[in-house]
Design a protein around this ligand. Structure first.
Ligand SMILES: Cc1cc2nc3c(=O)[nH]c(=O)nc-3n(C[C@H](O)[C@H](O)[C@H](O)COP(=O)(O)O)c2cc1C
Length: 396
């Protein structure tokens, strides 16, 4: 019997699929409508090539960098995911693994663990918020995160409430009680290891959102919180600027894919953006983030930190993103597969795979540091790049 170690993120995903109940696995795979965007996020990385050297390579390679004021051991961050029931230790296990590997942690406000627990496990925690609830409530949530020790804020804006998936949406219960367990029993029975993990803790999967608890109240369920979100008037750029002013510290806007929006984000005073399409879970047909990155990095990369997330499954993908202008990347599903496959050790395993892959690519390219990676290091096929909102940006 193995110790649970795996060699690739693809293997972690296979194990996650075997281990998780069908509906939980389905919620992670996701990808809206026909899944065009999620496919392109991954496929576009494969279209990029490398031009390696073979001699005169460097024995020493430096992968460390800083992101949003935090020194990190490599240009990879944990992207916030509001995912429940993957593993009993949930985001705390992810935060511990990230801390053990010198990686910063993004915590979703829809997460199953509190910002207090997560920031205690990883002092480099960025708290992620959506525009949900009144201004007073938003301030109260960010002040709680600040008091817990969060060192940065991520505002995610690219959600358009798309809900149809051609492959079928997973059936996620409102809460886990005895009745629901009976209903879902056939799935649990075929996934005994997952069930056993939760059984050992003597608790059912927690489907509440403790970071959205009103003062003195109880944590809303995932769907209760989603209901509040749907009823909240949508934010304007002035709202973004307002929220940014309320947070004293590094502030990232996540979800930008257009150059004009990137410039508006700069005007709103953000310190970083992530070129992101929510991992293909949002508006299907949005191009791969790696295609949209270069013009955005060219336009605002000198003023703010430009990150990318979407489709990163290996260290070479990280290097490709850096070559096209990202300061660092954030990963979503890659660490979720690791968490599902082997808990904290599985997330550490995924981070080690990425580190090894970054190091190999930096070595092969004949470089000594991730800071030396440039566009000339990758082969970009004609027509690869997508310029979104470039003409509109010129008019701003
Ligand atoms: C199951 C799931 C839940 C997510 N929940 C959130 C969330 O709560 N907040 C957020 O900003 N992004 C969320 N995301 C998006 C991720 O932060 C990230 O943008 C995306 O996963 C990156 O793509 P990748 O999975 O291909 O790495 C979620 C993604 C997935 C797959």
């Amino acid at each position: 019997m193995s110790n649970g170690w795996f060699e690739t993120v693809a293997e972690a995903q296979r194990r996650a699929k075997r281990r998780l109940p069908r509906s939980v696995y389905g919620a992670l795979v996701a990808g809206s409508e026909r899944g065009q965007t999620i496919e392109d996020n991954m496929g576009a990385f494969a279209e990029l090539g490398f031009a390696p050297h073979v001699a005169g390579l460097s024995d020493q390679r430096d992968l460390a960098t800083t992101v949003m004021g935090q020194p990190v051991s490599m240009p990879v961050l944990i992207s916030p995911t509001g995912v429940q029931a993957v593993h009993p230790e949930g985001e705390v296990a992810v935060a511990r693994a990230a801390a053990a590997r010198g990686v910063a942690m993004g915590l979703s406000s829809f997460a199953s663990k509190s910002v207090e627990e997560v920031a205690a496990a990883n002092p480099q925690t960025f708290f992620q918020m959506y525009w949900v609830g009144s201004r007073d409530v938003l301030v109260q949530r960010m002040e709680r995160a600040k008091a817990a020790g969060a060192v940065g804020l991520i505002m995610t804006l690219d959600w358009s409430f798309s809900n149809g998936r051609d492959w079928g949406s997973p059936n996620i219960p409102e809460k886990m009680d005895f009745k629901t367990m009976v209903k879902f029993a056939p799935e649990g029975v075929t996934r005994p290891k997952w069930l056993w993990d939760f059984a050992k803790t003597r608790r059912l999967p927690d489907l509440t959102t403790p970071n959205l608890t009103p003062p003195g109240g109880t944590a809303p369920t995932f769907f209760g919180a989603y209901g509040e979100w749907i009823q909240t008037p949508l934010p304007t750029w002035d709202d973004v600027a307002w929220l940014r002013q309320q947070w004293d510290g590094p502030f990232m806007l996540k979800g930008v894919t257009r150059v004009d929006d990137a410039k508006r984000a700069v005007d709103a005073g953000v310190s970083a953006i992530s070129v992101s399409n929510h991992g293909g879970n949002n508006l299907d047909g949005t191009p791969a983030t790696i295609r949209a990155l270069p013009p955005i990095a060219d336009a605002v990369g000198e003023q703010i930190e430009v990150l990318l997330d979407g489709g990163v499954r290996r260290g070479s993908d990280v290097v490709k993103a850096l070559a096209l202008g990202a300061k660092a990347v954030m990963i979503g599903r890659a660490y979720l597969w690791g968490l599902a496959a082997n808990g904290q050790a599985g997330v550490e395993n995924v981070l080690d795979i990425l580190r090894g892959g970054i190091d190999s690519a930096v070595l092969g390219l004949g470089l000594t540091s991730v800071h030396d990676i440039s566009r000339g290091d990758v082969v970009i096929p004609p027509g690869f790049i997508r310029e979104l909102g470039v003409h509109e940006a010129a008019e701003l």
